[in-house]
Design a protein around this ligand. Structure first.
Ligand code: GRF
Length: 213
């Protein structure tokens, strides 16, 4: 199954996906990485892995729809069937959603629907929650609102600051996203009646808790 990954920054989630796709027998390949920022380190990660990259800057597009139409062109030309947003700092429009219906995933650093939007880790930290985590979900027209596929929980420890919490969540993200990419590529994940339906075997669970500090 060919995937396109959209990034804007460091790309540690992209790296986790690249590492997974390089395992023998993994059912997905990353056909194209697109960044809206030329200085995204994730572009280097992709290039190091021999994955084609493309920079599509926001500037020069008079609307989000026109930008997304260009994204669709690039992705479909690369034969992409599924799209993973991995720190892509743009709101996407119906133009992209309609080109890949129920085939666009996102990862978010909280247990959605808690703490959507920016700085989810800081939101969790200041709310004083004892547990937070990461979520992988289908993308819909809203902000971090699409059907939830898998979630991983981590503790918030008394010794934490925002940075240590962010690292712990990121570790969970790197575990979660490749697993969902695998399930999606195997045809085990779909949307039915507005909810994510998972066709997993008994020992596969779409939720985890990692208490490691
Ligand atoms: C991650 O925390 C992800 O959940 C959020 O953006 C961040 C991207 O980090 N959507 P990276 O570029 O994958 O390191």
């Amino acid at each position: 199954m060919k995937w396109g990954v959209l990034i804007s920054g460091s790309g540690t989630n992209l790296q986790a996906l690249i590492d997974a796709t390089q395992e023998p027998g993994f059912p997905a390949e990353i056909a194209l990485v697109i960044s809206n920022r030329a200085d995204a380190f994730g572009l280097q990660r992709a290039a190091n892995a021999g994955i084609p990259t493309c920079v599509l800057p926001n500037k020069g597009f008079t609307s989000r729809e026109l930008y997304d139409a260009e994204l669709v062109k690039l992705l479909t030309n690369a034969g992409v069937e599924w799209v993973a947003l991995a720190g892509f700092m743009r709101i996407i429009t119906g133009t992209l959603l309609e080109a890949f219906p129920n085939r666009i995933l996102n990862i978010h650093p909280s247990l959605l629907p808690a703490f959507p939007g920016l700085h989810a880790q800081a939101q969790a930290f200041s709310a004083g929650v004892r547990i937070t985590g990461a979520s992988v979900h289908f993308v819909d027209g809203g902000m971090d609102t699409g059907p939830l596929i898998a979630q991983g929980a981590v503790p918030v420890l008394p010794t934490d600051d925002e940075s240590s919490l962010q690292k712990r969540i990121l570790r969970m993200e790197h575990r979660l996203y490749p697993q969902v990419m695998r399930w999606a590529s195997e045809g085990k994940v779909a949307v039915r009646d507005g909810r994510a339906h998972l066709d997993l075997s008994g020992d596969q669970l779409p939720f985890w808790f990692d208490p490691t500090p």
